[in-house]
Ligand binder design. Structure first.
Ligand code: GTP
Length: 339
């Protein structure tokens, strides 16, 4: 069972902490236990303090740097600490300049991959300023790209601070959102106030998830037993039984593939394979070894580039593909043909 992770993204001052406080209230009213990871660019833990005043939730903070760059390596440690508190859901509030797809990447670290599942990316927009970012930050292409990415990968877009603009502005904002993202649900809010059930769909208590899994397993067993009795043969029951809440609802999907050792895989094949998937693939990462080389490599693939680094990792090889609405079955099949 993997703990669902909700990611709150959005530029500085868009209303992320305000939404987080609302979510925590709703989560508490459902008797669920949250874990929170907050990231702030400055040394001052302003939001953490606000949160501490409002909620007794387990909280990890990464200050003075962005999760998606300088603090990335510390993120896995913070999430592991949060997992020890046995939360039902983890919420990560990003800095305003973070790219949420980096989080999907960080959740695939060896110690975390079987334990967490990216559930949803929620991006907030400040209605008063959202349309000005492109011109305000025209000289900072990286930032403009990040802000665009926050929209592109979102499952929910919340246009907040609607009290500060006229309705015509909201129509323009909706058009701009739809240019980047045709699929996300869009809500218009003041003080991040909205019906929260859709954001928390599939978030349940750990015990309930276990119970659901046991019930489903028992059901599968009893069906296959009945079939066995009726037909005199065993029907093929699914190997893994994932409870409903273990599903990701995010448009960003993470596929993890493992194999033992491959007798024929080469570095060039891996690179060619990933390149073929460039349209849907946001990123790929893997711990891969090659025949006749005693060395394991950490492979990191982003955009057109694939980097290989020798690593001390000694576990089974695996490949993680992070894509946006991609055909996971076909990817898996093509990979299996290589290994
Ligand atoms: N007028 C108005 N103010 C809002 C609204 N939502 C939030 N605010 C205020 O805007 C400020 C920023 O809100 P936060 O929730 O801290 O925004 P944030 O995205 O967490 O900000 P950073 O931590 O800087 O990234 C706070 O003073 C909020 O009270 C809104 O809908 N209308």
């Amino acid at each position: 069972m993997r703990i669902p992770v909700l990611v709150l993204s959005g530029f500085l001052g868009s209303g992320k902490t305000t939404l987080l406080l609302r979510l925590l209230e709703e989560i508490a009213s459902r008797g669920l236990k949250p874990g929170i990871l907050m990231n702030e660019l400055g040394k001052q833990d302003v939001d953490g303090r606000i949160l501490g005043e409002h909620s007794p939730a387990s909280l990890e903070k990464l200050l003075d740097g962005c999760i998606c760059c300088s603090k990335k390596s510390e993120m896995a440690g913070s999430l592991s600490l949060l997992l020890k508190t046995k939360p039902d859901v983890i919420i990560i509030e990003l800095t305003g300049v973070a790219n949420p797809e980096e989080i999907a990447d960080a959740l695939t670290e060896p110690g975390l991959i079987g334990q967490l599942r990216l559930k949803r990316i929620i991006t907030l927009l400040d209605a008063e300023h959202a349309l000005d970012y492109n011109s305000i930050f025209a000289t900072d292409k990286q930032l403009v790209r990040t802000l665009r990415r926050q929209l592109e990968v979102a499952d929910f877009v919340i246009v907040n601070k609607t009290d500060l603009v006229k309705p015509a502005q909201l129509q323009k904002i909706e058009k701009a959102i739809r240019k980047q993202n045709e699929h996300a649900s869009i809500s218009y809010t003041t003080y991040s106030s909205l019906h929260l059930a859709p954001l928390l769909e599939g978030v349940t208590k750990r015990e309930e998830i276990k119970e659901q899994a046991v019930q489903r397993l028992q059901m599968v067993k009893s069906i296959s037993l009945k079939q066995k009795n009726a037909e005199g043969s065993v029907s093929s029951a699914p190997k893994h039984d994932h409870a409903e809440s273990d599903r990701s609802f995010s448009r960003i999907q993470t596929l993890s593939l493992s194999w033992t050792t491959s007798a024929r895989l080469t570095r060039e094949q891996v690179e060619r394979f990933l390149h073929r998937w460039k349209k849907e693939l946001l990123r790929a990462k893997g711990y891969i070894s090659f025949p006749n080389q005693g060395q394991m490599y950490l492979m990191q693939h982003a955009g057109k580039r694939t980097n290989w680094e020798p690593t001390a990792y000694t576990g089974e090889p695996y490949l993680v593909a992070i894509g946006i609405e991609f055909d996971q079955e076909r990817f898996k099949l093509e990979w299996e043909q290589l290994t």
